[in-house]
Design a protein around this ligand. Sequence first.
Ligand SMILES: C[S@@+](CC[C@H](N)C(=O)[O-])C[C@H]1O[C@@H](n2cnc3c(N)ncnc32)[C@H](O)[C@@H]1O
Length: 245
Amino acid sequence: MGRSLKYDIPGEDWRVSALDFFETRSAEASLQDSTSAAAVSTEGGSPRSVELLFAQTLDPPLKVVLEIGFGRGEFLLDLAERFPGTGFLGVEVSFKRVLKLARKLARTEFENVRLLEARAENVVRDLLPAESLDEAWINFSDPWPKARHEGRRLIQPVFVSELTTCLKPGGWLHVATDDVPYAEQISEVLDEEGELISDHPSRPWLSEVPGRMHTGYEEEWREAGRPLHFFEYRRRPKAGSESSL
Ligand SMILES: C[S@@+](CC[C@H](N)C(=O)[O-])C[C@H]1O[C@@H](n2cnc3c(N)ncnc32)[C@H](O)[C@@H]1O
């Protein structure tokens, strides 16, 4: 029998809900199912500044970084430790992974991380205001290797277009995968998004990015000798609106 899941949070609970993205908690925003990531619906009302998620502990003006599908959360916590003045929003579809990271986070001193249990597609479509993110990371999202499951892959044109809208001009989009067919799809989708420009225009992807931290899954892929593919893109900058950590 597997170990039972512990639900108590041994300290501050840094999880947020879809309603925290809206000014009022009334009918302006409705969460169809507040306990699962199944669906987020917003009727009327537009999302407030994402910086406000961090207002309790960090001073604006703030840089805000999104990690999608943080898994066991090692990468997110590494970033949070290295950049204590930056707000990190981790979005993960798995209730269990969010709970486990919330428990882990509660035992740390970090006050710059917020966790949201949701599907990333819903978050970029409904919750994040335009031009609200300095960076977004998508590390090793599920490759869905069977041809009939390709449509389930996260990196699709509509999703990338909506995510790009959420980036500030000049904001970074970092993507990584170990799967060759998925890498080819990612390369095509990112190249076709007119608002994005590649930091490595002469190559479809990089096989190493010096100084980049490794994620939990990445450690496993490296040990197994799998080829890695890293994509570094930026939203086209407007004059005077550069962004980096
Ligand atoms: C292969 S794991 C990679 C985890 C981590 N990024 C790493 O590199 O170690 C993919 C993660 O993405 C999450 N995920 C899958 N689909 C998602 C979605 N639509 N929105 C948010 N998270 C998703 C999964 O629950 C899983 O934790």
